[in-house]
Design a protein around this ligand. Structure first.
Ligand SMILES: Cc1cc2nc3c(=O)[nH]c(=O)nc-3n(C[C@H](O)[C@H](O)[C@H](O)COP(=O)(O)OP(=O)(O)OC[C@H]3O[C@@H](n4cnc5c(N)ncnc54)[C@H](O)[C@@H]3O)c2cc1C
Length: 669
């Protein structure tokens, strides 16, 4: 009968124990856990604190008793492995409650000790209003402190995924939250413009950001940061990173690797062939780079635990590495990444490039559609997909997962263009964000529609001194623009094309990059050669500026929108009601009617226009007055207003004109 001992009883360790039992009904399996709990859902802790998960018990996935009853695994909690006798294959443990020592013999040992949150060495971190979140005990302490002390203000230190999840949780518990992050952006694995999307969400929800700043000391209810600010902090949550738990391994002479984790081969075997390892304590191969990295995430930990169990029982399964797919939810925003980001790909010596698209999560005409922002990172030499970044409010996980699968399968841009993905209006578009990103990347790569990333714009502008043409409507342009750019809507661009010098580089800026591509092809047909489209358009440029300010370029930011937890919980219904308010119509004289939706109308409209959405036009036509009244209809592109014109003409209105899109209307103003 084989003796398997597992050290660490949460994600990797608990999975390894259960898998070992399924593979071998006879083996003696022992699980040693230093803490009081095994197999709990640490990923769920912030959501319990924020109130999304109501019952603490739902976070407990298995208990020592269930492990014993269901799997006949002997679980020893409060039992810390303190040393290994590799020669005699024994683990020495110490009970954390009574200090008693015990020895456990093994044929195979699995280390699944995970990591520990880093505590920054600064004054005040030991105060009782300073917390970290790693275990159920940590969660309980935070919960108890909030319930007893009713803190009104909080400072979260660290803008990684646990820090951001805790910002939301503490805001939901009624605190005014400030975030301190040492780097210039939140979520260091994201490209700046994707981090900028999250920064805007934080600002919209009233969270004050202190980016590029470090916590220097804590004194009572004040957090001091290195830019001289003193922040009011009834409580402080530290979330500045995780370090692998390696003392036992190091003391036992197990080899560590170049990325600072425990070194294992592709069977997850350490330099002692009786000792396997899994989870956060390891360094593993990055699937795309081939380099050793640490990816301390639950998915890889669980799968490694499973595989380590099989190999500890004599199997020879190979671990192929991880691509590092991860995702975070922050209020109503979602962002994540998979594979390599552009910076890491280039640093690894890969001839990498990227494009950005902002495409509807599903057909715009079906309710609930939101833009999915997707950066697709690829190898210019062979078109292989290297990674992706995604942000938005709906359908982000789906796009990241598709691309994670594409990376695992070694797919290229051409494969991605052709990828058949499920479509019906509530779920996707016939050419959804993934296909569209591949088209855009191939258009860029082939030179058919060259583009510039927002993050490269400063460099590009220095080198090419381009004429920047902003194709957005004047209302959007006036809200925020690139200083020095010229606003010319698509129709005006045609009218003024002869005035644009052909020998100069032209940079086209549209809302999301799509109209820029159309205009670029139109200008190419007119004989322009030095044409570039701003990838992801002004949306990307604004986010880039928000996350990592340009030095020479002056980019206007969209105003911060005031949003609240109440609104979040009501699912934006107030906003929708407000947007749908009644419009007062004058009785006579020329009238301009905007037939877009109330939401579109509220984003900006022609001066003095009244809003009658196209669907309401037949029923509300009477409000327009006399049948010979001079009426101009417009919408976003001129399509809906042309239908409106037809409807009114059929109803007997004789003086109706289609004013076209908002751009065309504003050009008349
Ligand atoms: C708040 C929070 C939120 C998270 N959210 C996500 C998420 O959304 N998505 C995601 O992918 N990942 C998330 N993670 C990370 C994920 O939980 C970890 O990657 C995963 O738990 C790692 O599993 P592990 O088994 O390697 O380590 P752990 O789960 O940390 O377990 C290691 C265990 O080993 C025990 N141990 C250590 N040394 C000894 C010893 N000498 N003797 C006995 N026992 C010992 C420890 O007490 C610990 O219980 C989150 C983590 C936290 C804390």
């Amino acid at each position: 009968m084989k003796k398997i001992v597992i050290i660490g009883g949460v994600a990797a360790g608990a999975t390894a124990a259960a898998r070992a039992r399924r593979l071998d009904g006879e083996a003696e399996i022992t699980l040693l856990e230093a803490g009081d709990d095994v197999s709990f859902a640490n990923c769920g802790l912030p959501y319990y604190l924020g109130g999304d998960i109501e019952n603490r018990s739902s976070l407990i996935l298995a208990s020592p008793e269930t492990f014993h009853d269901q799997y006949r695994v002997k679980v020893h909690t409060a039992t810390e492995a303190v040393s290994l006798d590799r020669e005699n294959r024994k683990v020495l443990t110490k009970n954390r409650n009574d200090g008693s020592e015990q020895e456990f013999e093994y044929d195979s040992l699995i280390l699944a000790q995970g990591g520990k949150p880093i505590v920054p060495p600064i004054p005040g971190v030991q105060q009782n209003n300073v917390f970290q979140l790693w275990t159920l005990d940590d969660m309980d302490s935070i919960d108890e402190f909030i319930n007893k002390s009713n803190p009104r203000s909080a400072v979260v230190v660290g803008g990684g995924f646990i820090g951001l999840e805790m910002v939301e949780a503490l805001a939901k518990r009624g605190m005014k939250v400030q975030l301190v992050e040492r780097l210039p952006q939140v979520m260091p694995n994201l490209e700046a413009e994707f981090a900028g999307f999250l920064s805007k969400e934080l600002q919209d929800f009233g969270v004050k950001l202190h980016l590029g700043s470090s916590l220097e000391k804590i004194d009572g209810n004040t957090a001091y940061i290195d830019n001289g600010s003193k922040l009011e902090a009834d409580m402080i949550l530290l979330s500045v990173g995780v370090k692998p738990t390696l003392k036992l391994a190091k003391d036992s002479g197990l080899e560590l690797g170049e990325a600072g984790g425990l070194l294992v081969n592709d069977r997850l075997q350490t330099n002692d062939d009786r000792i396997f390892a899994a989870g956060d304590m390891l360094e593993i191969e990055h699937k795309v780079m081939g380099k050793k990295v640490r990816i301390p995430l639950a998915g890889p930990a669980n799968r490694q635990g499973r595989l380590a169990a099989e190999n500890a029982l004599g199997g020879s399964k190979r671990y192929s590495g991880a691509g590092g797919a991860s995702i975070v939810k922050l209020f109503s925003a979602i962002a994540g990444s998979t594979g390599l980001n552009l910076k890491n790909a280039r640093a690894a010596g890969i001839n990498a490039d990227a494009v950005v698209v902002h495409k509807a999560s599903h057909t715009a005409y079906y309710p609930g559609s939101e833009k999915v922002s997707l950066m697709l990172i690829f190898n210019k030499d062979d078109g292989k997909i290297l990674g992706a970044q995604a942000a938005g409010r709906v359908g982000i996980d789906k796009r990241l997962d598709v691309i994670a699968t594409a990376i695992a399968g070694g797919l290229t841009l051409n494969d991605l263009e052709e990828l058949d993905l499920a479509y019906a209006p509530p779920f996707n578009s016939p050419n959804g964000p993934v296909n569209m990103a591949a088209f855009t990347a191939n258009n860029h790569l082939s030179g058919f529609s060259p583009s510039v990333l927002a993050q490269d714009l400063e460099e590009f502008a220095k080198e090419h001194q381009p004429i920047a043409i902003d194709l957005r409507d004047p209302i959007s342009f006036n809200k925020a623009n690139l200083l020095g750019s010229t606003n010319l809507s698509q129709n005006l661009l045609r009218e003024h094309i002869d005035e644009i010098p052909k020998d100069q580089t032209i940079l086209l800026i549209s809302d999301d990059g799509q109209k820029g591509h159309v205009a670029l092809r139109m200008m190419a047909a007119e004989g322009f050669e030095k044409l570039y489209n701003l990838s992801g358009g002004y949306i990307s440029l604004e986010r880039q500026q928000r996350a990592a300010e340009f030095t020479a370029l002056k980019v206007g930011l969209f105003p911060v929108e005031k949003r609240s937890i109440e609104e979040l919980e009501q699912g934006h219904s107030e906003e929708a009601e407000e947007a749908g308010g009644e419009t007062e119509l004058s009785e006579s004289g020329p009238i301009v009617v905007d037939v877009r939706t109330p939401q579109e109308f509220n984003m900006g409209a022609f001066p003095d226009a009244v809003n009658i959405p196209l669907d309401e036009l037949p029923n509300r036509a009477e409000e327009l007055g006399a049948k010979d009244r001079e009426i101009t209809l417009y919408c976003a592109s001129g399509a809906r207003s042309s239908y409106g014109q037809r409807i009114l003409s059929q109803m007997g209105f004789s003086n109706v004109e289609n004013g076209g899109g908002l751009h065309d209307m504003m050009a008349r103003a």
